[in-house]
Design a binder for this molecule. Sequence first.
Ligand code: F6R
Length: 365
Amino acid sequence: DLGEYEHYMLKEIFEQPTTIENAMRGRLNYDEATAIFGGLNLSSQQLRQIDRIVLTACGTSWHAALVGEYLIEEFARIPVEVEYASELRYRNPPMSDQTMVFAITQSGETADTLAAMKECKRKGHTTMAICNVVGSTIAREADGGIYLHAGPEIGVASTKAFTSQVTVLTLLALYLGRMRHLSYSAGQNIIRKLKDIPKQVEKALECHEAVKTIAEKYASMNNFLYLGRLYNFPVALEGALKLKEISYIHAEGYPAAEMKHGPIALVDEQTPSVFIVPRCGIYPKVISNLQEVKARKGPVIAIACEGDDRVAELADDVIYVPDVDECLQPLVASIPLQLLAYHIAILRDCNVDRPRNLAKSVTVE
Ligand code: F6R
């Protein structure tokens, strides 16, 4: 079952070119420059009326929701709120009649996500599930939804489900966008780039050996910061969560520019910062955030685009990933972070597939 791999987590990391492809299969319509979903069970008139979207989830799925917020707001100009399901279920936020709710969940069994969804449903909102496990409770309770088709995820730390969630959210943003502000050519452009992603993720996986070497250098450290901006801010949160979960190292994800408002006080020679610095509109700003850390003697591991020599001069270590469109960067930038957490955990003799205190699906509050 594990094939050539030593652990499910590693196997699932390496499955991602295929699972991302599967999340897109049959869902791209190049001629109409949009996405197609079979299971939303709503007419385009009904979808056109949505004036607000709430994405609710826990853990890694909540991080995917944050990427979804950026994507949907950018492509479709619909206001999006991302809510921890455990908070939403007991809160009573004002929600307009035309607010649609998406529960994002790998297992489809997370108790808080189910309860939040039911509460929204009771109030009369249309609720959708973005879910991996077919026929799971949340998939059945929802009015409609989108399956990830990622196949069973065995490793407790979610990897392939995350990139599949981000892929599906990208398609959803494209779909809602094409009903509103996104032009035909912009839609086609996104589809072209999406089709290329499985290949780019395959390339990103080539960093495996480099990451292994870097992991050896940092495995004994006890505090990490993960920093990124815009689409890569949720990726930083997710990178930090992966490290915490499987290696039991304290790690915090932050928007890189927020550092100077507090967390920079943590920086010292023993506190590495993992910076996600792809080429993007605010590249110079991220670089200056990186320099602020270096100036305080903090070791920097940078995730950068191939050919970026500037970062190589500044950072202690660089992991290169392919250069893709800004909105698709989370799909490639997550790969080295998953691998880094995996190798550090192995070096610290941790049980990567079954980390302590955690369960694959959290069916208690
Ligand atoms: C992290 C992880 C958890 C889950 C969370 C939600 O690696 O696995 O944080 O993401 O418990 O689970 P689902 O997506 O099944 O609702």
